[in-house]
Ligand binder design. Structure first.
Ligand SMILES: Nc1nc2c(ncn2[C@@H]2O[C@H](COP(=O)(O)OP(=O)(O)OP(=O)(O)O)[C@@H](O)[C@H]2O)c(=O)[nH]1
Ligand SMILES: [Mg+2]
Ligand SMILES: [Zn+2]
Length: 333
């Protein structure tokens, strides 16, 4: 098992499980004399202790049992400079999943850790989608933990998927503790601001992350999706409008290829070749036009409501390229 918090690799056993007390402490879970029904219920909330040696007891951490019981989790990292829209995009994605947005793709999703997921929804998804409040910039933290984690099932297999979203400035660093998840990523979600004016400069965070991952034959095997977010700001430009307002109807590799080609041309036309480095460096990479909010914020709010567009397309493409969603090996260009 790979710990998403400290990247320690470890084995674990069913007879060493923990439960969280209301005070947030962990105590050993005894399943010896419980009924089968109660056992399942306790397991849903059970935790496994990460055995990595820690210098300070406060750094000790536990992982949800549901995270480790389905084999190696998929770690997805959002990569993009400051204020490119990573945090809004992730909240819009999780919100869309909550609303059943994966169903057209034959996927279902459940929380890995019910309490933590509820906390994520209360802190990010609900304020954005329901209260229409713009979310704050991501604060600098000393460590990285997944923002949220989901169990994604394609009808046959379940995969735990953990999402990492740290502050854009920190992604440029190759040494900061908060970037420790990078060597463990199984899927990269690059985020480009469609309205950015400094297109020629490229993005230091892309470079830092791409340089840090192992390559074979000069290229990376980690699949990547490039989300051109805030596409609402350029929605009157063809062909952005056609893609942004197209209704998603399942995964169509031809459509993914056509959209990727258009998105590539869009960036190229704007002189944004430097932003295309993930496409050059990753063996499989798709490009997508998305909008997390449907429009710009004014004074910290979205007065006309929040209407995310196509936020799940990059994610589903990553699911297809990583094998979370099987049966679509041809996706990825
Ligand atoms: N028009 C428009 N604005 C957006 C969209 N998504 C985010 N924004 C705005 O972009 C700004 C930055 O968004 P964040 O999601 O905080 O950006 P971030 O990449 O997480 O930034 P850091 O946490 O600082 O790295 C905010 O002011 C949002 O209101 C979108 O889809 N459309
Ligand atoms: Mg952020
Ligand atoms: Zn750990």
């Amino acid at each position: 098992m790979l710990c998403p918090i400290c990247l320690h690799e470890f084995d674990w056993s069913e007879d060493e499980l923990y439960e969280r007390t209301p005070a947030g402490q962990y105590r050993r879970l005894d399943l010896d004399d419980v009924s089968e029904a109660l056992r399942e219920d306790l397991l849903r909330a059970a935790h496994v202790r990460c055995p990595a040696p820690v210098s300070d007891p406060s750094l000790e951490h536990h992982l949800p049992y549901t995270y480790v019981r389905h084999g190696r989790p998929l770690v997805i990292g959002l990569v993009g400079g400051p204020e490119t829209g990573k945090t809004h995009l992730l909240a819009a994605m999780i919100g869309a999943i909550e609303q059943g947005g994966l169903r057209p793709y034959g996927l279902t999703a459940d929380a890995v850790d019910i309490e933590r997921h509820a906390e994520y929804v209360d802190t990010y998804v609900h304020p954005l989608l329901v209260e229409r409040i713009a979310l704050s910039r991501t604060t600098h933290r000393a460590t990285a933990e997944p923002m949220d984690a989901l169990l994604v099932n394609d009808g046959r297999h379940t995969t735990a998927v953990a999402f990492f979203d740290i502050a854009g400035e920190l992604l440029r660093s190759t040494t900061h503790e908060a970037t420790r998840f990078i060597p463990a990523v199984g899927g990269l979600l690059f985020v480009i601001d469609a309205a950015t004016r400094s297109a020629r400069m490229g993005d230091d965070s892309f470079r830092a992350v791409l340089d840090r991952l192992p390559k074979s034959g000069g290229r990376l095997d980690v699949p990547a999706a490039i989300a051109i977010t805030k596409s609402d700001a350029v929605r009157f430009q063809a062909p952005v409008d056609a893609w942004l307002y197209a209704e998603p109807d399942g995964l169509d590799p031809d459509a993914v290829l056509a959209e990727s080609r258009d998105a590539y041309a869009f960036l190229h036309r704007r002189g944004a070749q430097a932003w295309l480095s993930p496409y050059d460096k990753c063996r499989r990479c798709t490009l997508h036009f998305v909008s997390a909010t449907g429009g710009a914020a004014a004074e910290g709010r979205f007065p006309r409501g929040v209407r995310p567009r196509r936020v799940l397309e990059p994610l589903v493409s990553l699911f297809a390229m990583t094998g979370v969603l099987r049966g679509h090996p041809e996706v990825g260009i």
